[in-house]
Write a protein that binds this ligand. Sequence first.
Ligand code: FMN
Length: 413
Amino acid sequence: MTLRNKQIVIAVTGGIAAYKTAQLVREAQAEGAQVRVVMTASATSFVAAKTFQALSGNPVAITDNGLFDQAGMDHIALARWADLIVIAPASANSIAKLTHGEADELLYALCLAHQGAVAVAPAMNQQMWSNAATQENLKHLADRGFLIWGPADGAQACGEVGPGRMLEVTALLQLMIRQFENSAFAAQHILITAGPTHEAIDPVRYIGNRSSGKMGFALAEAALAAGAHVTLIAGPTHETCNSRIRLINVVSAAEMHHAVFQQVDDCDLFIGCAAVADYRLTDVASEKIKKSDNTLCLELTPTADILSDVKQAKPTLFCVGFAAETEHTIEHASEKLIRKNLDMIIANNVSCSDQGFNSDYNSVEIITADNQESIARMRKTTLAIKILDAIHKQLINHKEKSNVRFLKKSHST
Ligand SMILES: Cc1cc2nc3c(=O)[nH]c(=O)nc-3n(C[C@H](O)[C@H](O)[C@H](O)COP(=O)(O)O)c2cc1C
């Protein structure tokens, strides 16, 4: 009973996927949760409130009519009652209203009054999902700490195919359970590197790589949601992050190395996700190199290896590396794990065009000295949660072995 004693408001807005929410209510209750259902007026034209009333065993709140509060302020009573609010499906309209802090229906007033976590499970036509307005709204919500669960890709009720399907009930249930396990990293300081580095050739040119920083930023967000203090040291990227994440921007491998060593002393976990350049120019030209008909040779010098250096300086610190490979992924990553004395390595094959570098998706192998787990292709935001789960499990073993300061076990029972 992973949700035992948890008080969860499941909110339904006006979308086709509302029929699946009936199952979600049942499954959450089967896991021990107490569930109260809130609906928007529009949602009641998709599934009758009676269905949710019968399933949850509670009246369904649509307006502030005193079902849960004699003073008639149900939105306040529910806001205080809920440990978690899950809006599933979250229509494009509801996402826009939440973004703008509207309060013209009970659900939106409830979300404004609630101090805890609110998760939205978007469900809509793929064009509505891709529309810049929806994407910008979700970015704002994510920045404000809303949890964005999904959507999934696939066939849609409207006959189109693409992103916008509500996550399946089992996936939503897992995320709900995960939400209550997120004290796993409470008060821990997690240091993460992300993105590429740029190695100057001259004042206008550099050597870089295709890393977008999306994975490292997703890990930082997931670590924040799991209760950690997060420091993110990022090379040049277009990614943005929650203002509660301490972001340190760097450009070169040397700068990243320096920044890491300034932070690493008081960190409890180090995740080296950045695609750090292996080489830098031996001599950076002080003026722009002029074009000529001659061949130009650039001499490269190896850069310092941040992960190896961290592990050498802090042998008891749990260190996680990433290996981006184009062939023999597992062999190369396993060799790196041993050579750098890492505790875990996340290996991925970056030769596929639809995942890895500069994509929102990836599939990885999580490799430790005594285990290997394959994680199928999924959004990096979901993958980040899975990677942190694996780290958390491994850290408990690590703590037992090396007696380093670390973790509380998760609160969930
Ligand atoms: C048959 C039908 C299906 C719809 N499905 C969706 C949907 O899946 N997602 C969505 O965002 N809007 C969908 N809409 C539009 C919403 O119902 C509409 O924007 C409504 O105002 C949403 O209200 P609410 O979000 O406040 O509940 C659908 C409309 C109709 C008529």
